[in-house]
Design a protein around this ligand. Structure first.
Ligand SMILES: Cc1ncc(COP(=O)(O)O)c(C=O)c1O
Length: 321
């Protein structure tokens, strides 16, 4: 039997090349367009599959990751799911270190994919569903301890260039192809900032006039230089009040936007009801920020956003009524 070009050798090759969809119903009463990249259609149901592949294959290529070595990473669930997929297919043992504050679907999914999941208690006073920078610091300490103990490769998403590179080489170029380069702005809710930095670099190299806005939670807009009054926001996957972010270069930031928990939730629910798009809190935040741009300086223009992960990851939360 001859090999068909339509059959992929593994789920790893199914990562990326996600569709770009115009949110025409959501923007009915607004002057302008929002184009949304459906990143929840990746095999692990989030954009973080892309960085898992890039970090692992980059480390394999230059010898930082050796055959049979264990991989460790801190995760809010999505990077860990991507790493569980990539490591599972390639035969590496993977240990995911996650805060107990992240939704439990994520831990169950990573376990199902063969990962060892280590859950770390939150700080006293932190609430489940609201993971702060302080909570993340505890996860970081445990990830460092386990990396040493297991003599493991640390797939360090906050620092390794593979994170930014995945979005520079692929996400940004896919968007430029899908739009014929015809869009005016990009806004992105940041965790590590890898998606923002990689996409912004790709966009600005293509057309320096494309404006790139960094999105943070209201009350935790540390990168915008504001005081952190609400570290325990509900937009999972980012807004950790870490400044500066090692992967984000200031030259790519044209401005800062802030989105409240309530706005993110409201827009995520509208995406589901009006557009048939079942995505998570941070997708709601990105579209809410894009609406701010269309209602402000970008009236009549086109804004691109990423819809980072699936709404299925939040069935145990109050995102869905
Ligand atoms: C759901 C979700 N949204 C947003 C982000 C932030 O993406 P980045 O780390 O590329 O800034 C993440 C990162 O884990 C995420 O899981």
């Amino acid at each position: 039997m001859t090999r068909s070009d339509h059959v992929l050798p593994s789920a790893i090759e199914a990562i990326g090349d996600t569709p770009l969809v115009e949110l025409s119903r959501l923007t009915r009463t607004v002057d302008g367009r929002i184009l949304a990249k459906l990143e929840y259609l990746n095999p692990g149901f989030s954009k973080k599959d892309r960085i898992a592949r890039q970090i692992i294959e980059g480390a394999e290529a230059d010898g930082r990751l050796r055959p049979g070595q264990t991989v460790v990473e801190l995760t809010s669930g999505n990077t860990g799911t991507g790493l569980a997929i990539v490591c599972g297919v390639k035969g590496y043992k993977f240990v995911a270190v996650m805060s107990k504050g992240n939704s439990r679907e994520r831990a169950r999914m990573m376990s199902a994919l063969g990962a060892e999941v280590v859950l770390v208690d939150q700080l006293p006073g932190s609430k489940p569903g609201q993971v702060s920078g302080g909570d993340l610091e505890l996860v970081e300490q445990e990830a460092q301890r386990l990396t040493k103990e297991r003599n493991a490769f640390r797939a360090d998403q906050f620092n390794l260039e593979g994170n930014t590179r995945a979005h520079y080489l692929h996400t940004s170029q896919e968007i430029i192809r899908q739009t014929n380069g015809e869009f005016d702005a990009f806004c992105d809710f940041v965790g590590t900032g890898g998606s923002f930095a990689g996409c912004a670099r790709g966009f600005k190299e293509y057309n320096p006039a494309i404006r790139c806005y960094l999105v943070e939670p209201t009350g935790a807009a540390i990168l915008a230089g504001e005081a952190v009054t609400n570290p325990n926001h509900r937009i999972q996957g980012g807004g950790y009040s870490i400044s500066p972010l090692p992967l984000v270069e200031a030259e790519y930031i044209d401005g800062y936007l802030q989105v409240s928990d309530g706005e993110a939730v409201k827009v995520a629910r509208r995406l589901a009801k009006e557009e048939g798009i079942f995505a998570g809190f941070s997708a709601g935040a990105n579209v809410a920020a894009a609406l701010q741009l269309l209602n402000g300086a970008f009236r009549g223009k086109t804004v691109v956003v990423l819809l980072n992960d699936s709404g299925l990851k939040y069935l145990s939360t109050d995102l869905w009524e």
